[in-house]
Design a protein around this ligand. Structure first.
Ligand SMILES: [Zn+2]
Length: 465
């Protein structure tokens, strides 16, 4: 870590944080940029949790990972993965010591805020066809109008046929949008508070404006949309009821700034931690302790459901590993450690009053470490112990990982949580680490390349410990 000090005496007493870019060597900068180019490709290929799982499996299999078999004995260096319903993924590299001295877990999530479709979404009104949405995760609704959207998802028909959809991502594909009112007629809308100006029930996706041709009758606009979907995918309106369809921003990941030091994209939260954690595991040599990466679903709505980390799927996986070594899972978990790899807020000088700058993370100062998250009086947080926090500080310093410590923002202004408390609930030592993000949860979020790379190095050091 680069802690520049002016006087020698100060080194002993004061903690100094600095932008890491000026001290970055040319060779490291090259590595950082190459890593971030691959990350940008991952973002463009993984805009939903299912797509991230598919992409992660593709990368893992290329690196020698194979599907895990619960009744099989594994040797140090073996690489395995388990997909949980195609929406969450656990990957592991078996360590020299197996799991008898605990396992090292990096847990990140791969779901992001978005617009889901309601079960019966399609309707027409005044010569236009629309799809009703139900937003997913914490969004500022006004940010999701008047931007291009693409459609991603999975439709399962009654006969079990599975149709994967992805419309709008390829050059020349059609795209979609939620409309907004023109400023000329927005006097009433502008008088409303920001949270009320756009109503959830008005977030309807414009998806057509031509009626079915050669026929007269009811709902011709709606029928035209269904005709296209049927011709293309063989699905009917009823099939949409058993579908998971997500509309996400059409933007692709791009460099931000004249110096190209940042990346703008949809879905950094939390693929910006999921990808470094995954790559750290794929690149890790046979570790001492078994190393595990969990890419979880449903974090944005509280880690609920069987693909979220409040489910037992991580616990079951560790139990299988423990059983194979003749150990008890509870003994393994109690000795285990976890980096809850999730984003934090980057200090934004345009909204300075929302932060305590002394305890905020700034971009380009390395991976953010958060001892706790939560809201108000640390409600809903899993606070890392002094012992584990100290160990992580030492580990990062020893491995040239620049890190910074921060809170999300001003106390009592709001708050947030991560998967930390669910892993801690298994009696694992957990600490939150991750990339500081500007415009978090917006359709277009910004991170610094340096912080992405430091998060990768942090996970790598953790697995190698
Ligand atoms: Zn989030």
């Amino acid at each position: 870590m680069t802690k520049k000090v002016v006087k020698k005496e100060e080194e002993t007493y004061l903690f100094k944080r600095e932008n890491g870019l000026p001290t970055l060597s040319e060779s490291k900068e090259k590595k950082m940029n190459a890593f971030c180019e691959e990350y940008k490709a991952f973002l463009d290929h993984g805009k939903t949790e299912r797509e991230c799982v598919r992409e992660a499996i593709r990368l893992a299999e290329k690196a020698g990972f194979v599907p895990f078999e619960a009744d099989k004995k594994y040797a140090p260096g073996d690489k395995v993965y388990v997909s949980n319903r195609g929406k969450a993924l656990v990957l592991a590299v078996i360590g020299e010591e197996g799991c008898r001295n605990g396992v090292a877990i990096a847990a990140a999530h791969i779901d992001s805020p978005r617009l889901d479709l309601k079960p019966i979404p399609l309707y027409e009104s005044n010569d236009m066809a629309f799809l009703k949405t139900h937003y997913y995760g914490g969004i500022k609704k006004y940010q999701w109008t008047a931007i291009p959207l693409t459609m991603h998802g999975t439709v399962v028909c009654k006969d079990g046929r599975v149709v994967n959809l992805c419309v709008g991502e390829k050059e020349g594909d059609e795209q979609f949008c939620v409309t907004d009112l023109l400023p000329h007629l927005s006097q009433e809308q502008s008088a409303k508070t920001l949270g009320k100006a756009i109503e959830a029930e008005n977030m309807n996706i414009l998806c057509g404006s031509s009626p079915i041709s050669g026929e007269k009758g009811e709902e011709m606009y709606k029928q035209k949309v269904m005709q296209i979907l049927h011709d293309r995918y063989g699905i009917c309106e009823e099939d949409l009821m058993s579908a998971e369809i997500e509309f996400v921003p059409a933007f692709h990941a791009v460099d931000i700034g004249f110096d190209r030091s940042m990346i703008g994209s949809y879905g950094h939260d939390d693929r910006v931690c999921a990808y470094p954690a995954l790559q750290a595991l794929l690149h890790s040599k046979t570790p001492r302790r078994t190393a595990i990466v969990v890419l979880a679903d449903k974090e944005e709505i509280g880690s609920v459901g069987n693909t979220g980390l409040d489910s037992q799927f991580l616990n079951y996986f560790v139990e299988d590993l423990a059983d194979a070594e003749g150990l008890k899972a509870r003994h393994v978990l109690s000795k285990s450690q976890c980096l809850s790899a999730d984003v934090t807020a980057a200090f934004d000088p345009s909204y300075a009053s929302a932060y305590d700058v002394q305890n905020a993370c700034l971009i380009n100062r390395g991976v953010g470490v958060m001892k706790y998250t939560g809201a108000r009086g640390k409600s809903g947080s899993s606070e890392a112990s002094a012992e584990f926090t100290a160990k992580v500080r030492q580990l990062f310093d020893d491995n040239d990982v620049q890190w910074q410590m921060g809170e999300l923002g001003r106390v009592d202004l709001g708050g947030g949580g991560t998967v930390a408390l669910y892993v801690a609930g298994l009696n694992v030592d957990v600490i939150d680490i991750g990339v500081p993000v500007l415009s978090m949860h917006a359709p277009f979020e910004v991170v610094s390349k340096y912080d992405v790379y430091m998060t990768y190095k942090a996970c790598k050091a953790f697995f190698a410990d």
